[in-house]
Design a protein around this ligand. Structure first.
Ligand SMILES: Cc1cc2nc3c(=O)[nH]c(=O)nc-3n(C[C@H](O)[C@H](O)[C@H](O)COP(=O)(O)OP(=O)(O)OC[C@H]3O[C@@H](n4cnc5c(N)ncnc54)[C@H](O)[C@@H]3O)c2cc1C
Ligand code: SF4
Ligand code: SF4
Ligand code: SF4
Length: 379
C-alpha cells in the first residue's frame, strides 16, 4: 500500500484514495495543511492499486507538438470576471451546450477551495477565476469516471498534477474527455489560506460574502485580491502589497512537490493548457488592452477540435511557443525553494497573519525604492 517517504513525492492528487476498493485511504492534512494519503491498515487488502495509480511512482511521458496562441474572449464582461482572457468559460459553455459536465475548482461555504462539477451554464461562475490555494479533489475523479462510462462528455480542469492524477486513475483514454490544465506557479497551503480568511474576517468584523483573487478593474497587469464581507465592507489590495499574495509569490508556503514539479513541461497530459500571456505587450503589443490575454497551448487533436469549435467567439493569434514561455517560466520551471519556508510554517501557529508575513516576506530595499520611484514618477 501507498507510503509517503518524502513529501515532495506526493502532489495530493487523490488518485490513490479514489481507486482504493476498500475506501481505506483518507487524505489527511499534515502540520503544514497539505493533504497526504493515510491508510487504515485494518481494512487494507493489499491489492496494490494505490501504488499502481500514483502518477509520481508511475511516471508517464507524453510526446506532443503543442501550438501556442494569444487569445481573448470577445465577451468583455466574462473576460473581466476571469483571470486572464476568459477562455475557460468558452470551453466550459461549449461542453455544457453539448450535454456535457464540467469539473473545476470553486469555493465551499467557508471559502475553502474544492473541486466539484456543473452541468448548467449558470453554475460555471463558481469555477471562473483562479483560486491561489490547493483545491481538494475529494471523490471527483470517481464521479468523472461514472459520467465518462455513461458516454457523457466531460471537461475536467485542474492543475497539471491533478490532470496527471485523473489520467492515471482512469487508466485508459476516453473519446468523451477533455482535460484542461493551467500554467502553474504552485499551490499554497490550505491551512495558510484559512488563516488568512480568518484574519480578514476578524478585521472586517464579519463573515466573507465573496472573494476575487484577480480583481481587474484597475487593469489585468496590476490586479488585486478582493474580499467582500457580509456587513458591506470590502478589502482590496494589489498583488504586490496583499500579504497572502506576497507570501505566495515569495514561494514560502507552496506544497513541497511544487519545488520539484514533474508536470512542468511542454509535453503535457492535458489537451489544452491555459495561462496568462504575460509577455503579450512585448510580443503582440497591439493585442494587449490590459483586460487580460490568455496564453493557450493546444496539446492534442482533441484539444485542437475544441479550440476550433470556440474560434469564432475569441480573438486569437498564433505565437512561437518558445518565445511565449520566456515571459512565463512557470510553464516549464519549478518555483525556487524559499530557505525560510520551514521557519515560516513553524511560526505560522504562533504569529498573527500580518506579523508572520512582515517577518518572513518583507520587501528588499531595492523593491521598496522601486515602488517609491514608481509612485513619484506616475503621471
Ligand atoms: C494555482 C494556480 C497557479 C497558476 N499559476 C500561473 C502562472 O504561474 N502563470 C500563468 O500564466 N498562469 C497561472 N495560472 C493560470 C491563470 O491564473 C488562469 O487560471 C488561466 O489563465 C485561465 O484563465 P481564464 O481567464 O481562461 O479562465 P478562468 O475563469 O480565470 O479560469 C478558471 C479555471 O481555473 C481553474 N482553477 C481555479 N482555481 C484552481 C485551483 N486552485 N486549482 C485548480 N484549478 C483551478 C478552474 O477550475 C477553471 O478551470 C495559475 C492558476 C492556478 C489555479
Ligand atoms: S493496497 Fe488496495 S486496499 Fe490497501 S490501501 Fe491500497 S488500494 Fe486500498
Ligand atoms: S496518488 Fe497522488 S495523492 Fe496518492 S500518493 Fe500518489 S501523488 Fe500522492
Ligand atoms: S507546481 Fe506542479 S506539483 Fe505543484 S500544484 Fe502545480 S502541477 Fe502540481
Amino acid at each position: 500500500m501507498i507510503t509517503i517517504n518524502n513529501k515532495k513525492d506526493c502532489t495530493g492528487c487523490h488518485a490513490c484514495s479514489n481507486i482504493c476498493p476498500k475506501s481505506c485511504i483518507s487524505m489527511d492534512s499534515d502540520s503544514e495543511g497539505f493533504w497526504y494519503p493515510v491508510v487504515d491498515y485494518n481494512e487494507c487488502i493489499k491489492c496494490g492499486l494505490c501504488i499502481k495509480v500514483c502518477p509520481i511512482i508511475n511516471k508517464k511521458t507524453v510526446k506532443n507538438e503543442p501550438k501556442a496562441f494569444a487569445c481573448t474572449n470577445k465577451d468583455d464582461a466574462v473576460r473581466m470576471e476571469s483571470s486572464s482572457g476568459g477562455i475557460f468559460t468558452l470551453l466550459a459553455e461549449e461542453v455544457i451546450d453539448s450535454g456535457g459536465v464540467v469539473f473545476g475548482a470553486g469555493f465551499d461555504g467557508d471559502f475553502n477551495v474544492i473541486h466539484s462539477s456543473a452541468d448548467k451554464k449558470e453554475e460555471l461562475e463558481k469555477f471562473r477565476g483562479s483560486k491561489y490555494v490547493q483545491s481538494k479533489i475529494g471523490d471527483e475523479y470517481k464521479k468523472a469516471k461514472e459520467y465518462l462510462n455513461k458516454g457523457v462528455k466531460v471537461l475536467f480542469s485542474g492543475t497539471p498534477c491533478q490532470i496527471g492524477g485523473l489520467k492515471s486513475y482512469l487508466g485508459r483514454e476516453y473519446d468523451n474527455l477533455l482535460c484542461i490544465d493551467n500554467i502553474c506557479h504552485g499551490v499554497p497551503s490550505p491551512r495558510i489560506w484559512r488563516k488568512y480568511v480568518d484574519y480578514r474576517e476578524k478585521i472586517a468584523g464579519a463573515k466573507t460574502k465573496n472573494i476575487n483573487f484577480r480583481w481587474k478593474d484597475a487593469g489585468w497587469s496590476g490586479y488585486s485580491l478582493a474580499f467582500y464581507f457580509e456587513n458591506g465592507k470590502e478589502y482590496r489590495e494589489t498583488v504586490g502589497n496583499d500579504p497572502y499574495m506576497k507570501a505566495y509569490l515569495k514561494n514560502i508556503c507552496l506544497r513541497p512537490s511544487c519545488y520539484e514539479c514533474e508536470f512542468k513541461t511542454l509535453n503535457r497530459q492535458s489537451d489544452l493548457t491555459l495561462g496568462d500571456f504575460w509577455g503579450v505587450n512585448s510580443i503582440l503589443p497591439n493585442f494587449d488592452d490590459n483586460k487580460g490575454t490568455s496564453l493557450v497551448f493546444v496539446n492534442s487533436k482533441v484539444g485542437e477540435a475544441f479550440f476550433n469549435k470556440i474560434s469564432d467567439k475569441m480573438n486569437k493569434t498564433e505565437v512561437d511557443i518558445n518565445r511565449a514561455v520566456v515571459y512565463n517560466s512557470s510553464a516549464i520551471k519549478s518555483s525556487a525553494y524559499n530557505p525560510k519556508r520551514g521557519k515560516f510554517f513553524e511560526d505560522s501557529e504562533k504569529l498573527s497573519f500580518d506579523k508572520l508575513v512582515s517577518k518572513y516576506c518583507a520587501d528588499s530595499i531595492i523593491v521598496k525604492v522601486k515602488r517609491i520611484l514608481r509612485k513619484i514618477l506616475k503621471p
